[in-house]
Design a protein around this ligand. Structure first.
Ligand code: IVH
Length: 671
């Protein structure tokens, strides 16, 4: 291939991918593959300047606006960012900046690069007037009605010296938990899930009917100014500008940091890379901006990107790889999940060789076959998923995936309930896979917390028929345990001790451990607090169950069915006879405890304990622990890195304490 031919082929491929990404929200390649091709084209154009066309994808961003929305011409162009892929790229950026400015050291504002959709929002006399997408950087789409539906974006600004005209640029994104919930619902209802939160945000913003956008869990974070008309002096630095926006009620990232020199920029990068999985939203890198605005001005921009900023990308959370096979796993509730076996690929900071395909409908929706190139996504602590198929790379020998009709573990016929997406084995504890799942769930740390009873031991207990149900764990003897492979006398003793120790538990933990379908930790806690005793819960009518927060008709039905099943009652009786005990809970919901009737929120990073431990200790004192700050919040515990929750608590004038203060309070209350 001549350089001309290669450049032409790259251009048409990139154009195609651009349209898929920006216009149809349906990318067929990963960001990293896109970036590789774009970089290759840029290299070719640098080497052979005659190949550079003004309409090359290296010269512009996005695609033309969709029909249906009015066009908006941006007063100032909406630029994109150049990428730095490694330390050397970043050092080269810093060297260029210093050389152009003729100074030795530059202060940079480091910020997370949010993975969403760039928008511009205009407030006039403090009132939200117009909002637009970036489009091609010059002209975007008018999405005012949709932006108005996003809760965290103020319709009118508050605070001191709000400009007559204020245009703000930032990113609309979908936080991870909202994305997971949205997709879970889509899968259960048989509608199409989104590949990733970015596409979900794009698809949601692009709705011509803003009532649909309203129902999508979107958020916004401002990262720069557009046009401003103000009688007042504006700040001299970017970081001060961001603080000023926050003062007017506009959401900004609480994670930015101003540092001097490229070494400190690297430290920020590695620090954020470590925290990436714990953030509530996807970030795909770090943006470094020259903090001084006069310096920014002197540096200016080249075609599509400013010279004063650069994006340093994180390792991709999506990659393409080959689907080698599909296996079917039976979970503890009998649900059969197709699991994709993949050619190992490094994605989201780990090597991934398995990913979930969720259910039969998902296989059909993705139109995936064994042998396909697929897109695997791994973000945060969510299980890796097959997010898409690269359809034009399907090999001729690809094979259809056939969903089994019989349980792969026990051979019984699989059934699917009407309206449900999953096929289930209904053999309950007679099915070894379900028995294994039930045991693993029962002994887990968040349930009965039986340390040392790992999967290998559970497998052996089942193979040797030493446990039939969860309660049989309490009848295990030393002789039985030492007879297992790879379990010495010491370990057997330790395990027996752990089993004994687990008998002292809480009602909430027990309710979670016994594995009532769809009763997770939170629901179990709420049930325990509401009913106070196992007897009260077991005797509750569906109507009473519906009184409990978070319990809907499906969960209420699962609970009452569970307690009507004689086999389950027999297991509970066995557990009680084995000596399981839990402290009684006072009438109502933890009345009389030091923090009862209080609602606490914990955010940011804690040093001496995990956030979960802190929440657990607060709960044990009777507090309700919530994930979001509202008027009902009593107190916010904020560690370093706290963001929007801290801002919200400040604006609602809610008490805010740090980790040291929390420790002091816990110490005084826990005695
Ligand atoms: S500054 C002229 N800051 O990344 C500077 N962009 O790849 C324009 N992005 O178009 C952008 N987080 O959509 C900036 N903290 C941040 C950002 C950010 C995400 C997006 C933005 C931009 C794209 C460039």
């Amino acid at each position: 291939m001549t350089p001309e031919e290669e450049a032409e082929s790259l251009r048409s491929r990139l154009e195609q991918w651009n349209a898929e990404y920006y216009r149809y929200d349906a990318p067929t390649v990963t960001d990293s593959e896109y970036d590789r091709s774009l970089n290759r084209l840029r290299d070719l154009e640098t080497q052979y300047p005659q190949l550079l066309h003004p309409d090359s994808p290296t010269q512009r961003v996005g695609a033309a606006p969709l029909e249906g929305f009015a066009s908006v011409t941006h007063a100032l162009p909406m630029l994109s960012l150049d990428n730095a892929f490694n330390e050397a790229d970043l050092a080269a950026f810093d060297a260029r900046v210093r050389e152009r400015l003729g100074i030795q050291e530059v202060s940079y504002c480091c910020e997370p690069k949010l993975d969403g959709i760039a928008v511009s929002i205009l407030w006039e006399s403090g009132e939200l007037r117009q909002a637009a997408t970036r489009g091609d950087g010059t002209t975007g789409e008018d999405i005012t009605m949709n932006i108005r539906t996003i809760d965290c974006i103020p319709l009118s600004l508050s605070g001191h010296a709000v400009p007559e005209l204020l245009e703000v640029r930032g990113e609309v994104y979908m936080p991870r938990d909202g994305f997971e919930k949205f997709n879970a619902r889509a899968r259960a209802e048989g509608t199409k899930p989104f590949v990733n939160p970015r596409n979900a945000a794009a698809g949601s913003l692009r709705q011509l009917d803003s009532r649909i956008t309203r129902r999508r869990p979107l958020a916004f974070c401002a990262y720069s100014l557009g046009r401003v008309e103000s009688g007042e002096m504006l700040p001299e630095t970017h970081s001060e500008t961001i603080k000023m926006l926050s003062g007017w009620g506009i959401p900004v990232s609480g994670l930015f940091q101003v540092v001097t020199g490229v070494g400190a920029c690297e430290n920020y990068y590695s620090d954020m890379a470590k925290r990436r999985d714990d953030l509530a939203f996807d970030i795909d890198g770090i943006v470094y901006k020259v903090d001084n605005l006069a310096q920014q001005e002197r540096l200016g921009a080249v075609s599509r990107a400013p010279r004063w900023a650069v994006a340093r990308k994180f390792p991709a959370q999506e990659e393409s790889t080959r689907l080698l096979d599909v296996e079917f796993q039976v979970g503890r509730t009998g649900a059969v999940t197709p699991v994709a076996r993949l050619e190992p690929v490094f994605v989201g900071g780990a090597t991934v060789s398995n990913a979930t395909l969720h259910n039969a409908d998902e296989i059909e929706r993705l139109d995936v076959r064994v042998g396909d190139m697929i897109i695997v996504r791994r973000a945060g602590d969510v299980i890796p998923q097959v997010a898409g198929v690269v359809q034009d790379q399907r090999p001729p020998e690809s094979e259809e995936i056939v969903f089994p009709q019989h349980c792969p573990a026990c051979g019984s016929v699989l059934l699917r309930q009407e309206g449900e997406a999953v096929w289930r084995c209904n053999d309950g504890l007679l099915c070894p896979a379900q028995r294994r799942g039930a045991l693993a769930h029962f002994v887990a740390r968040r349930a009965m917390d039986i340390d040392g009873m790992g999967e290998k031991i559970i497998d052996q207990l089942i193979v040797h028929d030493l446990v039939g149900d969860i309660a049989d764990i309490y009848a295990l003897t030393f002789d039985q345990l030492v007879s297992l492979e790879r379990l010495g006398e010491k370990s057997a003793l330790n395990l027996l001790q752990a089993i004994e120790a687990s008998k002292k538990t809480t009602l909430a933990k027990l309710l979670y451990a016994i594995g009532i379908r769809e009763v997770g930790e939170v629901t179990a806690r709420q049930l325990a607090a509401y009913f106070g005793s196992l007897e009260a819960l077991a005797g509750a009518s569906p109507a009473q169950l519906l009184e409990v927060e978070d319990v809907g008709p499906v969960v209420a039905n699962n609970i009452s069915r569970f307690f009507q099943e004689p086999a389950n009652l027999a297991i509970i009786e066995k557990l009680v006879n084995a000596g399981l005990q839990w402290p009684a809970i006072g009438e109502g919901s933890g009345d009389g405890m030091p923090l009862s009737s209080q609602t606490w929120v914990v955010t940011g990073k804690l040093d001496s304990m995990t956030r979960e431990d802190a929440q657990e200790r607060l709960r044990r004192l009777g507090a309700k622990v919530s994930n979001s700050v509202s008027g009902k919040t009593t107190c916010l515990v904020a560690g370093p890195g706290a963001g929007s929750k801290l801002k919200r608590a400040q604006s609602l004038e809610i008490e805010i304490i740090d980790e040291q203060q929390l420790l002091a309070r816990l110490a005084s209350l826990e005695s």
